[in-house]
Design a protein around this ligand. Structure first.
Ligand code: SF4
Length: 373
């Protein structure tokens, strides 16, 4: 099985923290979509005829695609790939795009899962983030989507915002729980280079996020969601009724995927490639019949580090048999730090797996990095 990621590189406006690739100029959207469909045809061999079990429209803002744009993509995808009849087909959508007409179009399309960028239920926080929507639109959008029969819904939330407080964060979680959805993704605000947020912090206009507050909010999040019956199956992802995202899980399970569109990454176990992150260059390359990506071969060390990083972020953890059979040399190099993490209580050593202890989850990336070879 394999995944397909489609990167829609357009947004209405720039959120303050965002470092994804997008442009706010949609005037050449059609040219872009033609180039992307061209890339699908050129790179169909990358997945070596594997059946697709997950298609993910991410971005950018995929809900800027209209009905015809979506049909254009689906025609190309179904023409070039074998798509499993049960495939998870997710679209990221912003609440302000999910009006009645748009939602009924989605319900009639192959899209069967929506990831809605709620981020917060407080207008002042949304304004601080420079989001294009208001809190009431999020609640109405989720309800509209459910009423239209799309029941596989997830929302994104952000914690650690400098103007927020832990009690407001609790209210955000409570509001999310009232939506009766099976999946929630919650991300810690990070300050990335070249973002507006970074500039504002450097100028002293906004405060830097406080790690301790973010850590408290993370603890509140995992306790409240566990109480409500959600499993934290990955550091930032919580599911009820075993509705784990197939798309994200395939990244963690190291299944191959093809990324289409500017800045999209692809992975096929042996290599990783990434498309140029410039819309005009991407279109130019594809118009000339060329692809627009660079590739690196993944060394056993790269693959080991990646496996440690992704698997330790999940509730299943890192599989001992896989380490012993696929990464014997690398495992031998990390026996001492591994043992230390177990003795310190940060890693749980089960019969089959190494898993992060609950109190260590907030530090997942740092702990993984300490095991890199
Ligand atoms: S809508 Fe998403 S991709 Fe676009 S600027 Fe905001 S966070 Fe970034």
């Amino acid at each position: 099985m394999a995944g397909l990621y489609i990167h829609i590189p357009f947004c209405k406006q720039a959120c303050v923290y965002c470092n994804f690739h997008f442009s706010t100029n949609v005037a050449y959207k059609h040219k872009m979509l033609e180039a992307m469909v061209g890339e699908i045809a050129l790179r169909k061999g990358y997945l070596q005829d594997e059946t697709i079990n997950s298609i993910y429209f991410g971005g950018g803002t995929p809900s800027l695609l209209n009905k015809e744009d979506l049909e254009f993509f689906f025609n190309a995808i179904y023409k070039q790939f074998k798509v499993d009849s049960e495939a998870e087909i997710t679209m990221e959508a912003n609440p302000d795009d999910l009006n009645e007409n748009y939602v009924s179009g989605l319900a009639a399309s192959p899209v069967n899962r929506l990831s809605i960028g709620v981020q917060s239920f407080f207008d002042e926080e949304l304004k601080w983030m420079n989001r294009a929507h208001q809190a009431t639109q999020s609640i109405a959008a989720v309800k509209r989507v459910q009423d239209a029969g799309i029941n596989n819904v997830t929302i994104d939330l952000i914690y650690g915002i400098p103007i927020s407080t832990t009690s407001k964060w609790e209210e955000n979680i409570n509001k999310a729980l009232q939506l009766n959805i099976d999946h929630i993704s919650a991300y810690c605000l990070t300050v990335e280079e070249k973002t507006l947020l970074k500039k504002l912090i450097n100028k002293g206009t906004v405060n830097e996020p406080d790690d301790e507050v973010a850590h408290n909010q993370f603890n509140v999040l995992i306790d409240k969601l566990a109480e409500a019956g959600y499993e934290q199956y990955e550091i930032s992802n919580f599911a009820r009724n075993k509705k784990y995202a197939i798309h994200n899980s395939s990244y963690w399970k190291q299944q191959p995927y093809l990324g289409i569109g500017p800045s999209a990454h692809s992975y096929n176990i042996h290599t990783r490639s990434w498309n140029v992150n410039n819309n005009h260059l991407y279109i130019k390359q594809l118009e000339e019949g060329n692809t627009a990506f660079e590739t690196e071969w993944l060394s056993p060390e790269n693959r080991f580090n990646e496996y440690i990083m992704t698997s330790l972020r999940t509730m299943w953890g890192c599989e001992k048999t896989k380490l012993e059979t696929d990464f014997t040399a690398q495992l031998n190099k990390i026996r001492t730090p591994l043992q230390k993490l177990i003795e310190e209580g940060n890693l749980i050593d089960t019969e089959t797996h190494y898993r992060l202890a609950k109190h260590a989850r907030f530090f997942a990336d740092g702990i993984s990095a300490s095991l890199f070879v």
